[in-house]
Design a protein around this ligand. Structure first.
Ligand SMILES: [Fe+2]
Length: 272
């Protein structure tokens, strides 16, 4: 098999799922026009039902987070003034990030192509949707929505080490190809989406895929999960299945470790 053929075979987990006939909303779209960023973002006219869906999801998920979510996440949610009252305004969130870590928010139409995604991260821009799942999808939605993007991802972007790691991630991903792109996707999965962290009281959650999912938040700290050490060289080789509860997760000791560990690994493989 030639190098090119080999590289063609490397599909992301979502691309594989799309090939298998899974929900078309999960197929990433390439942005062909600039999307609104920061001050350009307009708050949508949400219906009463959409506001109720946010309130329901926020309250249901938040009750599981004390003692489960890491302190940095909970502090971030407070800094962003997240509450059950109202769907947050992306423009206001963008202004808060900009003051704290220099990040901004862009409003995107759905799951975006990885090239667009990495370019935004490199510029310290977090792409977020501004629509919320429908009532019949409250328990599970395969497609990204604002509950996952805002409630799951945004609180940690107030943390300086995490924000620095995420910016480097975008930069490294743009320099990577072939197997290193695949490795980065796996690393993203086991950190940004499904990461755990140890503190003095035990293991806590920081991954957005866990924090925004009812089933994952109950599963992640249970005996069903084997927790392993954060070693990038080992994580990148780990298989995972995006459609089922995770049986293996990795725990960092601090966000400084995540930032430094990532930097060391990318230097070693020559992508930063
Ligand atoms: Fe996510």
């Amino acid at each position: 098999m030639s190098k090119n053929q080999k590289e063609e075979k490397i599909l992301s987990a979502y691309e594989k799922a799309a090939e298998d006939g899974i929900d078309p909303r999960c197929i990433p779209q390439r942005l062909d026009m600039p999307v609104p960023e920061h001050d350009e973002i307009v708050y949508p006219n949400y219906t009463k039902e959409e506001q109720e869906n946010w309130k329901y999801l926020y309250n249901r998920q938040m009750q599981y987070l004390p003692g489960r979510a890491c302190d940095e996440y909970l502090q971030g949610a407070t800094q962003l003034n997240l509450s059950s009252e109202e769907i947050p305004n992306l423009q206001v969130l963008s202004q808060i990030f900009n003051r704290i870590t220099g990040w901004k928010v862009a409003r995107v139409p759905g799951l975006i192509h990885e090239q667009n995604f990495f370019e935004m991260l490199r510029r310290k821009v977090f792409p977020s949707t501004d629509y919320i799942r429908r009532k019949e999808e409250l328990d599970y939605t395969p497609a990204p929505d604002l509950f996952h993007d805002i409630f799951g991802h945004m609180p940690l972007l107030t943390n300086k080490s995490f924000a620095s790691f995420y910016q480097m991630f975008g930069e490294a991903a743009l320099n990577a190809d072939g197997i290193n792109r695949k490795y980065l996707e796996t690393l993203h999965w086991f950190t940004v989406e499904f990461g755990l962290i140890r503190n003095s009281e035990g293991i806590r959650i920081y991954g957005a895929g866990i924090l925004s999912s009812l089933n994952e938040v109950q599963n992640a700290l249970s005996n069903n999960v084997e927790v392993r050490e954060f070693i990038p060289e080992i994580i990148v080789e780990q298989d995972y299945d995006v459609w089922h509860l995770q049986p293996i997760l990795f725990a960092i000791d601090s966000f400084e470790q995540l930032e430094q560990g990532f930097k060391d690994w990318t230097k070693k493989v020559g992508i930063l």
